[in-house]
Design a protein around this ligand. Structure first.
Ligand SMILES: [Mg+2]
Length: 211
């Protein structure tokens, strides 16, 4: 996921893509056990492992991806994630990147609009809404912040709070929904990985001076 406020920055972003992918892979590898623990509490315990696999696959292709125009790279990265993350998260993260890539190819759309459309596509793919205790509970507020042109540095400090909001939610989608009320009191693992990735991308963009 790339967070930019001006479409003109898209090509600059592509130049840093390899570094962003590495940073995301490292962040997920560091947090793999925590993500698995979160998933063990309300699911089947494989989310950290699935995400690590997906980000390692992405990282192994980073040179090829960095050489592509940004929109094409997002589509290719989405395809890699669908094939390698597995579980419920693969198609959702994959859809997000694929739709960002497609949206960037449409003339006249600014990045916040592109992101908003991509988040709507993820919601449709998962047949979920915000409040269902999924990664959408991070993506929707993130999209709102992008629309407000919140600086990535500030956003990096805010996204964990979005994931924290899922602790008090009752799961309405996925395996966790079978637990009903017992899902309350646990952070959604998808929201946790999504916040981690968003914060990582925001920090990399800030450091690179892209945004
Ligand atoms: Mg799982």
């Amino acid at each position: 996921m790339i967070v930019i406020s001006e479409p003109g920055n898209a090509h600059d972003c592509a130049a840093w893509m390899g570094r962003v992918i590495e940073a995301c892979r490292d962040a997920i590898a560091t947090e793999e056990n925590r993500l698995c623990d979160l998933d063990r509490a309300i699911g089947d315990g494989d989310h950290g492992t699935n995400m690590r696999r997906g980000l390692e696959a992405l990282a192994s292709e980073r040179q090829r991806l960095s050489a592509m125009p940004f929109a094409e790279a997002m589509i290719a990265a989405g395809t890699i994630l669908v094939m390698n993350i597995g579980g419920a998260a693969g198609p959702l993260y994959g859809t997000l990147l694929l739709e960002i890539g497609k949206g960037l190819s449409i003339d006249g759309l600014e990045f916040p609009q592109v992101f908003q459309k991509a988040v709507t596509a993820v919601a449709q793919r998962g047949r979920s809404s915000p409040g269902d205790k999924t990664l959408l509970d991070v993506l929707y507020p993130l999209s709102d912040e992008l629309t407000k042109h919140t600086h990535p540095q500030r956003l990096a400090g805010k996204v964990q709070g979005f994931a924290d909001m899922t602790i008090e939610m009752k799961a309405l989608r996925g395996r966790a929904s079978f637990l009903g009320e017992r899902s309350v009191g646990h952070m959604d693992p998808g929201a946790a990985s999504c916040a981690l990735l968003a914060a990582t991308v925001c920090r990399e963009l800030t450091e690179a001076g892209v945004a």
